[in-house]
Design a protein around this ligand. Structure first.
Ligand code: SAM
Length: 252
């Protein structure tokens, strides 16, 4: 991964492990030679601007596993259905700087379109993994009109990936729904979500949305695994669920 692109003088520190934060309030401090500054983990626009920092923080220090876990699960399901990954066109939402697209291409997928809400993500993907996306759109899915969505979907994607990007002020249920509508019937939907977002007590809206899609027959779960997404700044594991499903019919 791109950690070797880190500025050589960059220093990174995490808060005291005894101090616990909500996932959307976690932070670190970085010094790239001009003094220490505090970055919230959700300040993606600032994190992506420092080459290699995203990988160093989330993948090396906090041991994020989500992209390989979910792309393995997706490609395994494609193999079960005798589908050649080289022939599928994937929409990767919350694409960031392209780690998921890289993992998909390693597993034989050749066509990936990225969507993210901030331009810094598109710039970082081009800088860190040039060519890994066939196309990359900076859009807010919740404000996308029907024509613009149809133009991006181009007849419907064969698969959707949303990795480490649902909830916590990132992708809301309405945006997931818009992305889901861009997938063709019988296409695959692969995503990761914090395990408690699927519980009875969930207030994010995802549990209700996923449950209603499954109950109405719109979505059929093919496989799922609970796994360690990454470490929190307390160094305790954060558990997510990776789900691969198939879209069985369009929205009513
Ligand atoms: C933790 S990063 C995950 C990036 C990548 N999927 C990965 O696994 O490395 C979450 C990404 O979701 C993006 N994001 C947040 N809200 C979004 C939204 N409403 N629509 C699209 N992308 C969004 C952020 O800009 C960020 O790039």
């Amino acid at each position: 991964m791109a950690v070797d692109r880190l500025p050589p003088n960059l220093r990174l520190a995490l808060p005291d492990a005894a101090q616990s934060y909500e996932q959307d309030a976690e932070w670190c401090v970085v010094d790239d030679g001009s003094g220490w500054r505090e970055l919230r983990f959700h300040d993606y626009h600032e994190i992506y601007t420092v080459p290699g920092l995203y990988e160093k923080l989330f993948y090396e220090v906090l041991q994020c596993q989500s992209p390989p876990v979910v792309t393995d699960l997706l490609v395994e399901q494609m193999a079960t259905e005798r589908l050649d990954p080289a022939g599928v066109r994937v929409l990767d939402v919350g694409a960031g700087n392209g780690i998921v697209a890289e993992e998909l291409r390693t597993r034989g997928v050749t066509k990936v379109v990225g969507v993210d809400i901030i331009p810094e993500a598109a710039m970082a993907a081009e800088r860190d993994r040039p060519g890994v996306y066939d196309d990359y759109r900076v859009v807010d899915l919740t404000t996308l009109d029907v024509d613009a969505a149809a133009e991006i979907a181009g007849g419907g994607f064969d698969a959707l990936t949303v990795v480490a990007a649902l909830g916590f002020g990132d992708i809301p249920p309405e945006a997931f729904r818009v992305a889901f509508d861009m997938v063709r019937v019988d296409g695959f939907v692969a995503f990761t979500i914090r395990d408690n977002f699927l519980s009875e007590t969930d207030t994010s809206g995802f549990a209700g949305l996923i449950r209603s899609m499954m109950e109405s027959g719109e979505l059929e779960e093919l496989g799922a695994v609970t796994y360690q997404h990454r470490l929190a700044t307390t160094r305790q594991p954060v558990h997510y669920r990776a789900i691969v499903a198939r879209k069985r019919r369009p929205r009513d």
